[in-house]
Design a protein around this ligand. Structure first.
Ligand SMILES: [Zn+2]
Length: 493
């Protein structure tokens, strides 16, 4: 938790490309060195620009007033200082656009759809896709005008009215035109806690001359609803935002941090443990993945503090860019093909601050694990540890959504500890997953501390065997019955 305190509360949220990510790599590398380990700052790639998130605030200026609860994705635009403006609901047809054309300048625009964490794509390709929907909407509107006219006549004759066709409510159909007209920003409704990620579609094409220009605000749905209603009623009020989303001139390289405890007898054989060092920055990565990276660091510290000298090499891997697509782990696997057959296991922790409850291993590893895990039930009676038997599972063809994925594809065993919220801290992964709630206080001290100790014992034990762990019966290459595969894949994650 001390490591996590530094990572979250001194350094902060840390997407790759941010100054905070660089601070995190320097700090973690420094810690490994301080504990007497070797360190590699392992360059993975470069981003064309970087991004630092500053503070953000907003309010509604009206009789009642309201402090606004919102967030913007990383690598999207901030405001030009404090910006105040009136509110419009976005146009869906050319006629609606023409009707508000002059009022768009200086307006905050409520857009359709619901926030899923990603910014609205501002690329020319996205504009052209939206253009085709506009054509459809214009023809629906034309049809609706005819129906309205008929209804007028029918009404006079006492005949029933025909229903209008609904318009397509794809968000920001007129994004390009609205930007050109000078809107201040777009506002979309969001469930809470608010989830925001980054501009995955455009990040690699960004340069300092073509950075995003329009703030992409995801607003608490209860406030969105009130503001939308007030706008429909054409009431007079303003919204004010101050969003300090800042960019950094690139290219910005990003690195895995790899702490090494060299093996004394089998230096070219490995046990890997770690988690990802990067996180989103709307929170501080207290859980995703501070709760995975820091127990691995602490396990390494414990091993070093105890004077551990394992027979085979322990790699403590703090991966870069997991959130941007497993960049660090995939790159390491691609560049270290010669090592993949010599890895006993890759331990990845990226599922929350829950406590170790056991481990599920194939029959061929059972004896080794019985021996290695023997001390674990003597650590803390609150946290019993159970070894369970793993059935072979199909080797995945595509990496699953965390850093053990590329290793599994390459055939490396990726056993993780079974974990649980055994004492009942009411932890919810969904609550923190890429949301504003992913902060230090969501991690669970006694779970994290116990997990670090268990990890140290098990990883050290595996590194100290006189053989690599057997891979017999771990993966199977051929597809088995569909149902089995799904069950096993779930378990394996
Ligand atoms: Zn994660």
């Amino acid at each position: 938790m001390d490591h996590l305190d530094v990572l979250c509360n001194r350094i902060g949220g840390r997407p790759i490309g941010s100054s905070a990510y660089e601070s995190a790599t320097i700090w973690a590398a420094g810690k490994f060195m301080e504990w007497g380990m070797e360190v590699v700052l392992d360059e993975v790639g470069e981003l064309p620009v970087g991004f630092n998130r500053g503070p953000w605030s907003g309010r509604m200026l009206s009789d009642e007033g309201m402090i606004l609860h919102f967030a913007t994705p990383s690598y999207t635009a901030g405001t030009k200082g404090v910006q105040r403006g009136h509110v419009l609901i976005e146009p869906r047809t050319q006629a609606e656009f023409d009707r508000m054309r002059e009022r768009l300048k200086g307006a905050w625009v409520l857009i359709y759809g619901e926030n899923e964490g990603w910014p609205i794509d501002f690329s020319a390709l996205a504009d052209s896709l939206r253009d085709s929907i506009k054509v459809v909407n214009d023809s629906i509107a034309l049809e609706n005008n005819k129906i309205k006219k008929e209804n007028q006549e029918n009404k006079e004759k006492g005949l029933p009215e025909k229903e209008l066709q609904p318009l397509n409510e794809e968000p920001v159909l007129f994004y390009r035109e609205m930007r050109e007209a000078g809107i201040l920003g777009i506002i979309q409704s969001s469930k809470t806690p608010i989830r925001v990620m980054y501009d995955r579609k455009n990040i690699m094409n960004m340069t300092f001359d073509n950075l995003p220009t329009v703030p992409d605000i995801k607003l608490d749905e209860s406030q969105y609803y009130i503001i939308k209603q007030m706008t429909e009623e054409r009431r007079y009020f303003l919204l004010e935002f101050d969003i300090r989303n800042q960019f950094r001139p690139g290219p910005i390289p990003y690195h895995n941090v790899i702490g090494i405890i060299p093996g004394t007898e089998y230096p070219d054989e490995y046990v890997i443990m770690g988690g990802h060092l990067d996180s989103y920055d709307v929170g501080t990565g207290g859980v995703d993945d501070g709760s995975g990276a820091t127990p691995a660091m602490e396990a390494a510290r414990l091993i070093m503090e105890a004077g551990g000298q394992p027979k085979r090499t322990i790699l403590v891997t703090l991966w870069a860019g997991e959130e941007f697509g497993l960049l660090g782990s995939q790159s390491w696997v691609d560049r270290n093909g010669d090592k993949l057959d010599s890895i006993s296991n890759m331990f990845n922790r990226d599922g929350g601050p829950t406590v170790t409850t056991g481990i599920t291993v194939p029959a061929a590893m059972r004896e080794d694990f019985e021996k290695i895990c023997e001390p674990l039930n003597g650590i803390n009676p609150d946290f019993p540890f159970k070894i369970e038997e793993r059935q072979p599972s199909e080797k995945p063809e595509k990496a699953w959504g965390t850093d053990s994925g590329p290793f599994a594809v390459a055939g490396v065993p990726t056993i993780t500890f079974n974990t649980g919220d055994t004492k009942g801290y009411n932890f919810s992964y969904h609550e923190i997953w890429h949301t504003e709630r992913d902060t230090y206080d969501k991690s669970i001290r006694e779970y994290q501390e116990h997990t670090a100790i268990v990890t140290a014992v098990v990883v050290y034990g595996i590194a100290n065997l006189d053989h690599l762990l057997s891979r017999e019966g771990y993966w199977i290459e051929k597809p088995v019955a569909e149902k089995d595969v799904v069950n096993k894949k779930k378990k394996n994650k």
